[in-house]
Design a protein around this ligand. Structure first.
Ligand code: ATP
Ligand code: RIB
Length: 318
């Protein structure tokens, strides 16, 4: 089982030619509303990409909070429809989290109102993890209070679980935070904020990955947008994985798809090597960027397999 501790947002995504200047009002070309939040997106990615268990068990449990409002109810229903176990999603007396996203060309800008996401407590974590075992995984991001994430990682480590951290959005983290993380997956901005190193080329990427290893993390994956990712298993297996060339229309959720895919494939199934897991995540994310929206753009396992099959057919036909 994978436990995802994180945010659940109602995303309002506006398609615009450009972002407005100070004092300016612009008319958007399109609008979508739907399930988002880094935690929810990653949980959906895991559920969509997991092979279904024969006995109908779910692959992922979400630990999160929404408001006692119609939006919150709708978001829980959507998580249920995607096959995410929502037993530990609480409804509380706060507004449901909201993200306002502008998508202009391939770029997005995101403004988050955290609302109910800030209410998660240590006892919520205790309750959710009470039946967790060393065979399970905990996946976190930083859209819920940092001290709760630190607490959950410590607890998961004590149980012997695999721990995965997507440090997004980036925040200064206490040094002991890293000791309890098995796999860290930051993007370029997060890498720069957390290490002070701009991962602009292979030399700086190696330096940044070494910095995370020195802080106690075994596996490091730097996601680099259309430039792919840089991956390192404690400096032993070090590789650059190029992104696929696709027609990117909205990159919202690309990082979440990548993180969910990696959290699912590497520690949980065990049939993949670290590099194969990163290749799978790269393919899954390449489908997300070619679609609009957040959770709704995340592909299923079958869709990622079809992409592999097409690549094989293409390679054979050459
Ligand atoms: P976002 O916040 O936009 O969801 P992120 O900043 O967390 O994403 P990125 O590094 O932008 O994460 O993207 C994650 C992965 O998605 C990349 O490593 C790459 O494999 C894939 N990806 C991102 N952008 C593109 C693109 N334009 N074309 C193909 N693949 C992409
Ligand atoms: O990573 C994308 C997500 O970031 C969006 O769905 C938005 O809700 C913000 O949390």
């Amino acid at each position: 089982m994978i436990y995802v501790l994180g945010s659940i947002n109602n995303d309002i995504s506006l398609e615009v030619e450009r972002v407005p200047k100070k004092g300016e009002t612009l008319i958007a070309d399109g609008c979508r509303m739907g399930l988002g939040g880094k935690g929810a997106n990653q949980a959906v990615a895991i559920s969509r990409l997991a092979r279904k268990y024969d006995d109908g068990r779910k692959a992922v449990k979400m630990i999160g909070q929404v408001g006692k409002d119609a939006i919150g109810e709708d978001l829980i229903n959507k998580l249920d429809e995607y096959g995410v176990d929502t037993e530990f999603v609480r409804r509380v007396n706060r507004n449901t989290g909201i993200a306002v996203i502008t998508v202009s060309g391939k770029d997005n800008r995101i403004l988050v109102y955290s609302g109910a996401n800030l209410g998660i407590s240590k006892s919520d974590v205790d309750e959710a993890l009470q039946n967790a075992t060393a065979a399970d995984t905990l996946l976190c991001q930083l859209e819920v209070p940092t001290y709760i994430v630190g607490y959950a990682l410590r607890k998961a480590r004590a149980i012997g679980m695999t721990t995965v951290l997507n440090p997004a959005p980036a925040k200064e983290l206490p040094a002991d935070f890293y000791y309890n993380v098995d796999i860290i997956i930051p993007n370029e901005t997060e890498t720069q904020i957390l290490t002070g190193i701009n991962p602009k080329d292979w030399t700086s990427q190696l330096e940044a990955m070494r910095e995370f290893h020195d802080r106690g993390v075994r596996y490091v994956v730097l996601t680099l947008g259309s430039a792919g990712s840089a991956v390192s298993d404690n400096g032993k297996l070090v590789s650059h994985i190029p992104a696929l060339k696709v027609n990117a229309v909205d990159t919202t959720g690309a990082g979440d798809t990548f993180v969910g895919a990696l959290a699912l494939t590497y520690p949980h199934i065990g049939m993949y090597s670290f590099k194969e897991a990163c290749l799978f995540a790269t393919r899954a994310a390449s489908i997300t960027v070619a679609r609009r929206g957040a959770a709704e753009s995340i592909p299923s396992f079958e869709e990622v397999c079809a992409l592999y099959n097409n690549e094989i057919k293409f390679a054979r036909s050459k």
